[in-house]
Write a protein that binds this ligand. Structure first.
Ligand SMILES: [Zn+2]
Length: 433
């Protein structure tokens, strides 16, 4: 099943032709209508006529989050506000907030992109979709809402939080698909059990679309084991519109619609493009956005790309699961550590539960100290102190072998660590306080 079969199955050559035509139009538009980009082009000694083919892409300057902050709120818009029909905004927890704007066409293209994605993971007009992403300035709720309605699915616009109500409505209204963060799905399934509702047996839920935070294959396996559903990954960022792409039913990467988005993977240090299959930072050029087009946007997300033909028949390139954020990277005793690597190790250990915290501190002697608190799984029973100590030692050794740095491990009882209703904040860095 396809939403837009003509576009989703174009040949690589046809896609390249569309990309090249749109890229040339884009550089002309931003040069003419965006003082920000005109200045950037001039600084780089570049004129739109220098961009003759896709091979010229590396000549173009990167655009970074800081550029959006520096031009807050509308400095990078290329249309007058009279053509803007909606704003979304980031919360600005790590600096000034960033504002994104959409024309009516931008909203239509956003919906088109997510409709293609939802159909690719099997969502249809027969589904009842519970949208448990936040509604409002965050793009998750409204993004899913409009696409699911456009498909003809029945939407439950419950937004994030209010977990008892989530479980009640899921059971009573017959939710078949849920969209939320993966950490919230784990919390929801535990909460449901406490209410006497076993999602696998007492509800019609069959699939979940999870994102807005990095997660691992092990988390996928645990969600599926606990709830009996099929879990799909979703990708998108507010700067690129919001949630835009999901895995198809092959679940071997996320198709990026190449007629709308031109992707590259670059080395985060040097900015040079890396080869297919090599890890690096995802860089996206928007080919159809009108209000806030972005040239070579540094997403900060670490992944790799595959462009061989997918079993689903779609020809658009795929990115693999996001391995971490370039800016989530922790530096512990000079070693680069991604929280996703820690999760990956922890969830492969059967005695360990889903919830964990990473605490960084600086010792009196000035050295960094990393403590990992992790819950014991509720499926195992370990009673003696020496067994706990052995488990802590085993976890610490596995972590050391992957991270190349020692962590202090504390195993705690199930249900004692903090739960998160939205994005999980599992890192406490006391070195910054
Ligand atoms: Zn596919």
């Amino acid at each position: 099943m396809y939403w837009n079969p003509a576009i989703e199955r174009l040949s690589a050559k046809e896609l390249e032709e569309i990309q090249e035509r749109r890229l040339k139009a884009l550089v002309n538009t931003v040069y003419d209508y965006s003082p920000f980009y005109r200045k950037k082009f001039k600084e780089a000694g570049l004129h739109p006529s220098d961009i003759k083919s896709l091979n010229d892409l590396p000549k173009l300057p990167f655009t970074k989050k800081q550029d959006l902050r520096d031009t807050y709120p509308f400095g990078m818009f290329t249309v007058p506000l009279s053509q803007v029909v909606r704003f979304h905004a980031s919360s600005g927890t790590t600096g000034k907030p960033t504002v994104v704007g959409y024309t009516a066409n931008d909203i239509r293209n956003w919906v088109e992109s997510l409709c293609r994605a939802l159909v690719s993971c099997g969502v249809s007009s027969d589904d009842i979709m519970q949208i448990a992403y936040g509604y409002g300035l965050f793009t998750g709720g409204l993004g899913f809402h409009y696409a699911a309605e456009r498909l003809g699915s029945t939407v439950i616009p419950i937004s994030a939080g209010n977990t008892a109500r989530q479980v009640e409505l899921m059971r009573d209204l017959g939710t078949t698909v849920i969209a939320c963060t993966p950490s919230y799905m784990l919390y929801l399934s535990e909460y449901a059990l406490e209410m006497g509702v076993d999602i696998a047996n007492d509800t019609k839920l069959r699939a979940g679309i999870f994102g807005a935070e990095p997660w691992s294959e092990e988390t996928r396996r645990r969600i599926e084991e606990k709830t009996g559903i099929t879990a799909y990954d979703v990708y998108g960022t507010s700067e690129l519109s919001g949630p835009l792409f999901t895995e198809c039913t092959e679940r071997n990467g996320i198709h990026i619609w190449a007629d709308m988005f031109l992707i590259e993977i670059v080395d985060p240090e040097t900015g040079e493009q890396v080869g297919e299959g090599e890890k690096g930072e995802l860089v996206v050029t928007t080919l159809t956005k009108e209000a806030l087009p972005l040239i070579r946007w540094r997403t900060g997300d670490i992944t790799y790309m595959e462009s061989d033909k997918c079993g689903c028949g779609r020809t658009h390139p795929r990115i693999m699961r996001i391995l971490g954020r370039a800016d989530d990277m922790l530096i512990v005793r000079g070693v680069n550590v991604f929280p996703s690597q820690i999760e990956h190790v922890l969830l492969q250990i059967p005695e360990v539960g889903e919830h964990y915290m990473i605490i960084l501190d600086r010792r009196e002697d000035g050295l960094d100290e990393m403590t990992i608190q992790v819950e014991l799984s509720d499926r195992v029973s370990i009673d003696t102190t020496s067994d706990i100590l052995n488990l802590e030692k085993k976890i610490a050794e596995k972590l050391k072998s992957v991270l190349n740095v020692w962590a202090k491990v504390e195993v705690v009882n199930p249900g004692t660590l903090q739960r998160f209703e939205g994005k999980a904040k599992r890192v406490i860095d006391k070195r910054k306080i």
